[in-house]
Design a protein around this ligand. Structure first.
Ligand code: UTP
Length: 234
């Protein structure tokens, strides 16, 4: 089982997949409640946590709605997605209101070196990006060498498990091999365990990514630097 190197003096950077926040037709309060408790338990020990929120089904539904009615420019579809990430980020920041930096970070290049509070919440930034990429850029800016990617994908598999249910889950994978698997392109709504553009950035900057499901006991292990069930991209 893999292990992530956690430097407790630095923030833990979490790319929180939007489908965890809004899996179907509204926010998942049970998940958010458990996530709130988990993050607070780390903050109480003095840990800083940065959470970059994805757009989830809100993004998908709104993008699909616009695209069904007119042929929409990809950039405009991305803007719809970005606003969904902002809505989710505002929801998450509101939950951590008492311990969070007072504004949602919308531009990762302006990540503050010193935060007010212990939790920093960010959203998507600009067309052509994903929140995985925002999280990677933000981690780099904060001098953090890894990103915790929480989504409904527990592992990277040898093959697409939707095509081959027998496909084996992988504990560890090099960026070189992972990038051959997912290619280099990104488009609105693309589903990959970790965004290919973010992957290129992480490979270049020698960063590691923990792919983990939303099982919060497991996520606690990732954040504690213990062995967890999932895939380490390195
Ligand atoms: P994400 O695809 O990054 O969020 O943003 P997500 O919901 O976590 O995605 P999953 O669950 O991992 O699949 C949603 C959409 O918002 C736009 C893109 O269109 C993206 O598909 N977006 C997001 C941007 O254009 N720029 C950003 O910086 C972030």
């Amino acid at each position: 089982m893999p292990k992530l190197k956690i430097d407790k003096k630095k923030p833990i950077v979490i790319s929180l997949g939007g489908s965890m926040i809004v899996p179907e037709c509204g926010p998942d309060t049970e998940f958010l409640n458990r996530m709130d408790k988990l993050v607070r338990s780390f903050v109480e020990k003095g840990q800083l946590v940065a959470i970059i929120c994805g757009g989830g089904k809100t993004a998908r539904h709104y993008i699909d709605a616009a695209a069904q009615i007119h042929k929409i420019d990809p950039e405009d579809l991305d803007w719809i997605g970005i606003h969904a990430t902002r809505l989710n980020a505002h929801l998450v920041r509101t939950l951590f209101r008492d311990i969070a930096h007072p504004v949602v970070i919308k531009d990762p290049t302006k990540t503050p070196k010193r935060w007010k509070g212990k939790v920093l919440v960010a959203s998507g930034w600009k067309p052509g990006w994903s929140t995985d990429y925002v999280a990677s850029r933000m981690a780099h800016k904060l001098g953090v060498k890894n990103v915790v990617n929480v989504s409904n994908i527990s592992h990277v598999f040898e093959e697409d498990p939707r095509k081959n249910p027998e496909a084996k889950p992988l504990n560890e994978l090099s960026w070189k091999v992972y990038r051959l698997m997912v290619g280099d392109n990104w488009h609105p709504g693309k589903s990959a365990p970790f965004d290919p553009i973010a992957s290129k950035f992480c490979q270049k900057n020698k960063m590691e990514v923990a792919v983990a499901s939303a099982d919060l006991e497991n996520l606690k292990k990732v954040m504690s630097g213990e062995n967890w069930v999932g895939t380490l991209l390195k």
